[in-house]
Design a protein around this ligand. Structure first.
Ligand code: ZN
Length: 138
């Protein structure tokens, strides 16, 4: 059984119980559904406003969380790149010329050192430092 909210042409609202939506339509067509207040047979099914709203509403779409992505990238680099600190430039050059083992390294470089690396054709990329103690505002 399904309970329908029904309304007659004069605006009376009442509840009717039917086996199914088809059953309601069938009984309405045969004039079996009438308003208990005024016996009007021009009865319409009221569609609850709430469920209409629900079916239209969509969950807000979220864009990618760039902050989270950045943290994941930094974590990856932390775990997969050897930290050579301020020796970054000399190590990068050694690796570049085969004097050191081929591997991923990270570290810091001054502007002058970056210039040298560029001139020597060493590929590197710079990332903003994510501080570990940084916490999202409460
Ligand atoms: Zn009525």
């Amino acid at each position: 059984m399904i309970a329908f909210d029904l309304q007659c042409s004069r605006g009376h609202v009442f509840e009717g119980w039917f086996a199914s939506n088809e059953s309601f339509e069938d009984q309405k067509l045969r004039g079996l559904v009438e308003c208990p207040f005024c016996s009007d047979r021009a009865v319409q099914r009221m569609i609850p406003a709430v469920s209409v709203k629900k079916s239209i509403r969509r969950a807000p779409e979220k864009g990618p969380d760039y902050r989270k992505l950045a943290i994941e990238v930094m974590e990856y680099i932390r775990n997969n790149f050897e930290d050579v600190g301020t020796k970054f430039t000399s190590e990068a050059l050694k690796i570049h010329y085969g004097a050191s083992e081929q591997r991923n390294i990270r570290g810091s470089a001054t502007e002058d050192e970056e210039k040298i690396l560029s001139e020597e054709g060493v590929q590197f990329f710079k990332l903003p430092l994510a501080r570990k103690e940084e916490k999202p505002p409460n």
